[in-house]
Design a protein around this ligand. Structure first.
Ligand SMILES: [Zn+2]
Ligand SMILES: [Zn+2]
Length: 146
């Protein structure tokens, strides 16, 4: 675990650090599961480098695979879309990230809360993107809709 904070900016070396960040958010519900989001169009490879648009207030997000440009909304984000700007790194300014979700699953089956975080692939900066309260959809259903 190499999560570091430099002048208020968290950085991590890889997606494991991003998962660790999601599990240690101050004042957040407990996170029981983390999922690194990857594109499903590439067989077993599931590339994780992506562009991402997220609205922290509306709780919507969408990612676009760097390799094949397919857009994937997070859950029902498309139905509530607010046209947020593309994420770019607050430290180095580039827009390619790895994105992971943290899920609060109090009973092990039903998801109560979801948080998304991004890690800049250039400098390693880690940012929270958005979070949303869910009304207990099944864990498998949520994971399939990320
Ligand atoms: Zn792809
Ligand atoms: Zn960066």
């Amino acid at each position: 675990m190499v999560l570091r904070t430099v002048a208020g900016v968290r950085t991590g070396e890889d997606t494991e650090d991003l998962r660790a960040f999601l599990m240690k958010l101050d004042g957040a519900p407990p996170v029981h599961e983390t999922v690194v989001l990857g594109c499903g169009n590439h067989g077993d490879e599931r590339p994780t480098w992506t562009y991402v648009e997220a609205d922290a207030h509306a709780g919507v997000a969408r990612r676009r695979c760097l390799q094949c440009a397919q857009s994937t909304p997070v859950l029902d984000s498309d139905q509530r879309w607010t046209h947020p700007p593309m994420w770019s790194c607050g430290s180095c300014g580039q827009s390619i990230a790895e994105v992971a979700a943290g899920l609060s699953v109090p009973d092990g089956d039903h998801v109560a809360w979801l948080v998304l975080g991004a890690r800049c692939v250039e400098c390693g900066r880690i940012d929270g993107l958005t979070d949303l309260v869910l009304d207990g959809p099944a864990l498998g259903e949520v994971v399939a809709g990320l």
